[in-house]
Design a protein around this ligand. Structure first.
Ligand code: DLL
Length: 440
């Protein structure tokens, strides 16, 4: 057994062994999907791929991609690869429009999923002595039940608090001696605000680890959270189509997200040419589920933009890392002909003042129908304290952000530093972009 705690051994296996496992599993999952999913057979026929040509994982690049709309079009279960008797649960992705994407899970899928969440928790330094408060929503969303089952598998005592009811969250952290909390990073900012308003003392709690994911968050937010509460903030990544939270997470070096490659095979492709990119280059993340029974996906385009980090992590894990997910390709806004990503705005904010921890982007159109873009910003309590002493600092900062955004992105922005807590908080994923433009 490795010196690290349980669940972590596969993270450290020799790379050759890892590649052999991937190869073996890939062939099996490919065959299973081909045999059991008519839609997939049709897809290969459409792309003129002969399944007999797929003999090892090296052949993966011959296969077509699966995209979100394919999963939507096959709603509710056209991608199911196992008989209904094998299915023990459904989850669904939080689509904003139209039908959700429904994912059927076999018991084997729930086992792999909770094992991967447990591996994440081990990586975050949790064990059976920990008390994990789950603040993700329970239900079709994978956050709540994912952390719940994984935490239980790791042997933690679970507090299934769910999303919302911030006062109760703060009470339970203290009274049940929670040592870890899992929720969206934006919801944790809200918990911090509430704590501050009520004179809550984090030092009186046992909380030491935060498990944040389901939406992009910045290093500035990490710093703020850690300073404000004294906990260590970890990143957890995942998506419903692949299983849920626990596709990967960051280790104590916080230098990217380790992917559990023995279950989820990652590739990076150029989203325009669809060609695979070498490790180190930024593009769209694509996953193949290597063990899925209920609904395997082969070369699923996630829309998440990142890179596979070529260097081995200082922690010694052999499984590769991806860079933190700062944006999705479908987050791109086209404003007056210019492509704008929230991550560009975010890096301008961080470069000016890491105390600018929260923002929301408002798109609108003026009387002449021209698109306008406004960034509403919120800072740390210290920042508001400084504004209270000298109001001109608030205007000065807003002006600086406006000019740097214009210089960096090339279009005019309106910048407003709103009052503390004025950006609406959500229990689940934060809505970064509010698009009020008139649609034709
Ligand atoms: O958000 C699963 C999850 C639950 C992950 C709880 C982590 C914690 P979906 O609702 O299907 O599943 O959304 C998946 O959320 O493609 C990313 O764009 C984004 N996302 C998830 N984790 C992170 C993260 C869950 N750590 C989509 N950083 C993904 C940035 C993330 N974005």
């Amino acid at each position: 057994m490795h010196k690290y705690a349980m669940n972590s051994a596969p993270d450290f296996m020799p790379v050759e062994r890892l590649r052999a496992i991937q190869n073996e599993k890939f062939i099996k999952v490919f065959r299973r999907t081909y045999e059991n999913v008519e839609w997939y057979r049709n897809l290969l026929a459409k792309h003129k791929v002969d399944p007999n040509d797929i003999r090892s994982i090296a052949d993966i690049s011959k296969l077509p991609f699966i995209v979100k709309t394919d999963l939507r079009d096959t709603y509710p279960d056209g991608m199911r690869a196992a008989p209904m008797e094998k299915i023990v649960r459904f989850h669904a992705s939080s689509g904003t429009t139209g039908k959700p994407i429904v994912v059927p899970y076999a018991q084997e899928d729930l086992d792999v999923w909770s094992e991967c969440v447990a591996r994440c928790l081990t990586m975050f330094g949790l064990d059976e002595t920990d008390v994990l408060q789950v603040g993700y929503g329970y239900g079709l969303f994978t956050g709540g039940l994912g952390l719940h089952d994984g935490g239980q598998r790791r042997g933690c005592a679970i507090i299934p608090a769910g999303g919302g009811n911030t006062t109760r969250h703060l009470m339970l952290i203290k009274d049940l001696k929670a040592t870890a909390i899992a929720c969206t990073p934006s919801y944790f900012l809200h918990i911090i605000d509430q704590a501050q308003k009520t004179g809550y003392d984090w030092k009186e709690t046992k909380l030491r680890v935060g498990i944040f994911g389901a939406e992009p968050w910045t290093d500035g937010m990490r710093q703020f959270i850690e300073q404000e509460t004294g906990i260590v903030a970890h990143d957890i990544y995942g998506l419903t189509e692949i299983s849920g939270p626990g596709v990967g997470g960051d280790c104590s070096h916080h230098a990217g997200i380790h992917i559990f490659e023995d279950h989820f095979y990652p590739e990076i492709i150029d989203p325009d040419t669809l060609q695979p990119l070498p490790d180190g280059e930024t593009g769209e993340l694509v996953f193949t589920t290597l063990d899925k029974v209920g609904m395997p996906v082969i070369r699923y385009r996630t829309r998440d933009i990142t890179r596979l980090i070529p260097e081995r992590c200082a922690c010694g894990r052999t499984i590769r890392r991806i860079g933190r997910i700062s944006h999705r390709s479908d987050d791109m806004m086209i404003v007056r002909g210019v492509n704008v990503f929230p991550s560009q705005i975010e890096s301008v904010l961080t470069s000016i003042d890491p105390g600018l921890i929260n923002y929301q982007i408002y798109l609108d159109s003026n009387e002449s129908g021209l698109a306008t873009i406004e960034v509403k910003l919120e800072g740390t309590p210290e920042m508001y304290a400084a504004f209270a002493e000298d109001a001109s600092r608030r205007e000065g900062l807003a002006r600086l952000v406006t000019s740097k955004l214009r210089d960096t992105i090339g279009i005019g922005f309106k910048t407003t530093i709103v009052d503390q807590n004025a950006i609406p908080r959500s229990e689940g994923k934060m809505k970064r972009i509010v698009d009020n433009r008139k649609k034709d």
